[in-house]
Design a protein. Structure first.
Lengths: 155, 981
């Protein structure tokens, strides 16, 4: 089978536009990108169903060969409704973020960013053990174990 | 045996509760638990000693050959007596050792019993995977026991170290166990040893298992965790670190030795590691100042000793090894308990501070001396008998390895004598230059357990030949040495070379003790070449640092970054594969019909414009254009269901967007302009687009078979009794997919509601009052009216209330400037018709375009209209049911349609149909999958209602709350809502 190129090109354009929007920081744009990618994916599934055909409704003497493939159609129908549910959820997220912080932006996760700093802090403490902070993960316990071991081994 | 294990489990669960009632006396009660196991072992004694292996097995996971298989042979019988007997005596000791005020005593008691049970299970388990489970259980419980003093850093650190080292060994062992079980074709330990597999695979497996055994038994280079574990309470050290846990590794070596002692490398490895450990442990024990640490290093040394002899794998060595295991368990646990008493009474374990303790506590000194006699191997103690047997076994082996082992353990024994003497002297002697130690009173009865243990070591020595006969069942698993008589345990073998060696070690050891100052000085000159603790520290820091750096590199906390990485990988991996591997299709169709071009161009322009739009509403509308374009494509492609649904969904999506975006500023991306790293994003975006285009072209181009959906039509028509193939596919053929989708929708709807309403999901907003009952029914048949005066205008005394016909129930709740009479009239005229249409769409969907999804969306549109025209109170009046209940009842219908067929013996979601001739309606059919579709219908309405209630009504209310100037909605006062009489 061969694909209908005009639909493939349209799909590629919509994927590209959608991905571009999804990589933005504005949450509204991300959701719009999500919708575009959703539509593009539906075109992909539609293209997989082959060429234009009759509506897959039995009767009136139409033969099965003339139908547009019903299986991709069922998938798309499911996808359309789920996309709506998920975008409603995303919209609620946008509203909530706006109401809490007047921001329509994706914030970087400070916890993730802090990991690198914490590692540096541990290195620093090991270099200057006197200034040791008592609550760095299990570092304390490791140090205690090392001291116990050294006590026996080096005395 | 399995019964005894169950008793352990129950007791460990009950122990914390019992401790609450009984305090420290609980330990007396808990002593009964190991005694149950001992009774079991003693009951089996005659059978086991006659050479019969007693087995119990309970099928567990037969599919993969796992069984709860346990057995008692001589080795496990001896081990079970050690584990349970020492366990019982230590429990008795605990009752006197811990003060009543000891914190977390219940946890300690429970964990201790659980540990004893796991240890018992370990020695009796026959299935090696069951053995592994018990093995790891002892690791975990030992972690809890070593870390008993949770407030002490050292205690937690030692526990963690022991856990990590032994678990690392345990996991290595697991690999070996799997290999050996597969190679031997059975997971039974006795089976594997009876018929051992050979070859490289089996050797690899055995060496992996040895890693686990050596780490558990604290041999070099894993030895460092054992001295650190002395942070545990003394009873724990006496049990885990003398008799039980550290013996697990030696036990495993002993259990495997009959089958594998002759594989290349086994004997050499164990002799080398064992001798080295014995020397390192002894060397370090000599210089310890803390009595408990001295014993700990002594234990490391003795474990090396045990490994050498147990792993040597001759008949005489096996007998000697098992004897030494018994002797060591008795004297070492006795000595740990003695140290516990000293610690409590003198307040220190430092031998530099102790002086004259022996005079104050002669009984304790006697017990310690008896135990030490066994430790150094003086007659008549059992330790002497065992050590003589060891020397003889190595002497008689006549091999180079045997000679190395002999010299090694002889030197090690010199160290043993030296640190033993130092122990006795340090604990009990009066030192001239040290002040006499202040000694607290002895707790009565605390000497019972160490006394029995030390006395046991002496008594067994006196009956050595009997013990030797009992143990021969194990040693006879090894081939006898050619041309030699079997060795027999006895106190007196005549003037043999072994005796000479014993005397020599004794003399040299005493000399080392007497010259201890010089020895210590010499020791301080020797650098410590093995510092495994430091290696552990470096390894842990390396893991920590690597983890932190990898995390910091990959987890940047930015969604765009993650998405970018994922998409980049997709473009590179999928794109590269597709371009390189596939033959390209040669035929192309540019378009199916010319209308497609027009639609595609409009959609493409809208999509690109949406990217560039700087205003929110513009962007939303442009994306909406692509959505409606989709509907047009669907319609022309031959998919009326999709077109219908897409139009409806696109409309409600627009409404939802508008409802939310009205609260946001007009322009997008002010804080982060779109052109930041624009080229990078554009490149990636185009890459994704091209990749997906390749996927589409190549996927379709490589299709050669007929699509399976050619059969769908007949399946749908004959099996599902519906003409609309798409709808039958959704509600019947692939009903489970739809079931999953419904769950997603319910979650999304609930998520929307909880994000907006925050604290509760239930709709408790006031609704226009309704009158129920017969009177209410009559009232509802009359036209609804509302006051004609403007809202907010109070009625004067002389004014007559004038009313006019109300189009909507709650129209008057809107602020006057928000009302549109045109909209109200339209909605009033259309609402009920739309609902009827939605029901028609629902029920006709089986044979014509439509169905639950479309019907639900149509009904949802009617609700949208009511809300837009009359505000949130109107919405409340339109649907008096809570959205959650709609979703729930929809799910009940759908799940019911799935489950009911099960009661008729059919598969879930099977449908059937009924038909009848009704006089007025003619031929009527009912397909049961319509019930499922009705569930879909209700769930979609629930979703729409939740979206409107949350993003519409509640957002309105919050806006009015935030900004008092907003034209507001409010419920009329009771006087206002008079219904025209």
């Amino acid at each position: 089978m061969s694909a209908t190129l005009i639909l493939v090109i349209l799909m590629a354009i919509m994927y590209a536009s959608g991905v571009y929007l999804m990589l933005e920081r504005s949450m509204t744009r991300v959701v719009l990108g999500f919708l575009l990618v959703g539509n593009a994916t539906n075109i992909l599934i539609l293209v997989m169903g082959g060429r234009r055909g009759l509506a897959p409704i039995v009767g009136d003497g139409s033969s099965v060969d003339e139908f547009n493939d019903p299986l991709p159609q069922a998938f798309i129908l499911t996808a359309i409704v789920i996309t709506f549910g998920v975008s409603a959820f995303l919209l609620a997220l946008i509203y909530r973020s706006w109401r809490l912080s007047q921001a329509d932006e994706l914030q970087d996760d400070p916890e993730d960013l802090a990991i690198a700093e914490r590692d540096a802090a541990v290195e620093e403490e090991l270099r200057h053990p006197d200034a040791r902070d008592t609550e760095v993960d299990h570092l304390d316990e490791l140090l205690a174990a090392r001291e116990l071991g050294d006590k026996g081994e080096q005395e | 045996m399995l019964t005894a294990l169950i008793v352990f489990v129950v007791a460990s669960i009950l122990a914390p509760v019992l401790t609450g009632w009984l305090g420290t006396r609980v330990f007396y009660l808990l002593t009964l638990v190991p005694v149950v196991g001992m009774v079991e072992s003693i009951r089996r004694a005659s059978a086991v000693l006659d050479g019969i292996t007693v087995r119990e097995s309970y099928s567990w996971i037969p599919q993969i050959g796992l069984a709860l298989g346990v057995r008692l042979d001589v080795l496990s019988w001896v081990m079970s007596l050690i584990v349970l007997g020492v366990g019982a005596l230590v429990l008795v000791y605990c009752a006197r050792y811990f003060p009543a005020t000891e914190p977390a005593l219940g946890r300690f008691a429970g964990t201790f019993i659980a540990f004893a049970g796991a240890m018992y299970g370990l020695v009796v388990a026959d299935d090696i995977f069951l053995l592994f489970i018990f093995w790891e259980a002892t690791t975990v419980f030992s972690y809890l026991l070593i870390g008993h003093y949770t407030d002490r850093k050292a205690s937690r650190g030692a526990a963690l170290q022991a856990l990590l080292v032994t678990t690392a060994g345990g996991l290595t062992m697991l690999v070996g166990l799997v290999l050996i079980a597969v190679d031997a074709g059975t997971p039974s330990l006795t089976g594997i040893v009876r018929d051992p597999p050979g070859g490289a695979l089996a050797s690899t497996a055995i060496f992996l298992i040895l890693v686990g055994a050596l780490s558990k038994s604290a041999l070099v280079p894993f030895h460092f965790w054992l001295p650190a574990a002395m942070a545990a309470p003394t009873p724990v050290s006496a049990y885990l670190h003398a008799a039980a846990m550290v013996k697990a590794g030696v036990f495993l070596v002993a259990a495997l030795a009959p089958g594998f002692a002759d594989i290349p490398g086994w004997r050499e490895t164990l002799v080398f590691v064992g001798v080295f450990t014995m020397l390192v442990g002894g060397w370090r024990a000599i210089k310890q100042q803390d009595l408990k640490l001295l014993l700990a290093y002594g234990t490391v040394s003795q474990l090396g000793f045990l490994t050498v002899i147990v792993g040597f794998g001759t008949r005489d060595a096996a007998l000697a090894g098992l004897s030494l295991i018994i002797a060591h368990a008795l004297f070492k646990s006795a000595l740990f308990l003695v140290v516990g008493v000293i610690d409590h009474r003198a307040g220190t374990r430092d031998l530099r501070k102790l002086s004259g303790f022996g005079k104050r506590s002669p009984a304790l000194a006697v017990i310690a001396t008896v135990a030490v006699i066994s430790m150094v191997g003086l007659p008549p103690a059992f330790g002497f008998v065992a050590k003589e047997a060891v020397f003889t076994a190595f002497l008689d082996s006549g091999t180079a390895v045997g000679l190395v082992a002999l010299v090694g353990v002889a030197v090690g024994s010199v160290f043993t004598v030296a640190y033993s003497a130092r122990f006795l002297w340090g604990a009990f002697a009066s030192k001239p230059d040290t002040p006499q130690t202040e000694v607290a009173d002895e707790r009565p009865g605390i000497l019972t357990s160490p006394g029995i243990l030390a006395g046991g070591g002496l008594a067994l020595g006196l009956v050595a030949p009997l013990v030797g006969d009992a143990l021969s069942g194990y040693s006879h698993g090894f081939p006898s040495a050619a041309g030699q008589e079997d060795y027999h345990l006895a106190l007196w073998h005549g003037l043999e070379p072994a005796l000479v060696i014993s005397v020599a070690t004794m003399v040299l050891g005493i000399a080392m003790f007497l010259l201890r100052d010089r020895v210590l000085r010499a020791q301080s000159l020797v650098p410590s070449w093995v510092n495994a603790a430091n290696g552990y520290w470096k390894a842990m820091r390396f893991i920590d640092r690597t983890a932190a750096r990898v995390t910091a590199r990959t987890q940047r906390g930015s969604l765009s970054f993650y998405l970018g990485v994922i998409l980049l990988v997709m473009v590179l991996a999928v794109g590269a594969t597709l371009t390189l591997d596939q033959p390209w299709p040669t035929e192309f169709i540019w378009w199916d019909f010319s209308g497609q071009i027009a639609i595609a161009v409009i959609m493409a322009v809208a999509a690109i414009a949406a990217v560039r739009a700087s205003k929110r509403f513009t962007a939303v509308v442009l994306v909406g254009v692509t959505g409606y374009g989709m509907a047009a494509l669907f319609a022309l492609q031959g998919a009326p269901d999709l077109a219908f649904t897409q139009v409806l969904v696109e409309t409600v999506t627009l409404v939802a967007f508008v409802l939310v975006l009205r609260r946001l500023p007009q322009r997008i991306g002010v804080a982060h302009p779109s052109h930041a790293r624009g080229w990078l994003r554009a490149t990636l975006a185009i890459g994704v687009g091209v990749t997906m285009a390749l996927v589409a072209v190549l996927a379709l181009g490589s299709r050669i078979a007929d699509p399976i959906s050619l059969d769908l039509a007949s399946i749908a028509y004959e099996g599902g009794h519906g003409a609309n193939v798409v709808n039958v596919t959704l509600v019947d053929i692939r009903g489970w997919d739809t079931m999953g989708e419904l769950s997603v929708i319910i979650v999304a709807a609930t998520g929307v509601a909880s994000l907006i309403f925050l604290d509760r999901r239930i709709d408790d907003q006031p609704r226009p009052a309704r009158v129920s009952g017969r009177k209410g029914f009559l009232l509802r048949q009359r036209p609804v009216t509302e006051p004609a005066r403007p809202r907010g205008h109070e009625l004067g005394d002389d004014e007559e209330e004038e009313t006019r016909l109300a189009w909507l129930l709650a129209g008057r709740t809107l602020a006057p400037e928000n009302r549109s009479i045109l909209l109200e009239v339209t909605v009033r005229l259309l609402f009920h018709s739309i609902i009827v249409v939605s029901l028609f769409v629902l029920f006709s969907g089986h044979n014509a375009p439509g169905g639950g999804f479309a019907g639900g969306l149509v009904a949802g549109m009617a609700l949208v209209a009511r809300y837009l025209a009359g505000g949130r109170y109107e919405l409340g009046a339109a649907v008096t049911i809570d959205a959650g209940k709609l979703l729930g009842s929809g799910l009940v219908l759908a799940v019911g349609a799935a489950l009911v067929p099960l009661f008729f013996g059919a598969d879930a979601l099977t449908s059937t149909w009924f038909e009848a001739e009704l006089w007025a309606l003619g031929h009527v059919e009912f397909v049961t999958s319509t019930v499922f579709d009705a569930g879909v219908y209700l769930i979609i309405i629930g979703l729409m209602l939740d979206v409107l209630r949350s993003l519409g009504g509640e957002v309105d209310r919050q806006q009015e709350e935030d900004d008092p100037d907003t034209p507001n909605e409010r419920m009329p006062k009771p006087a206002d809502e008079k219904v025209n009489p």
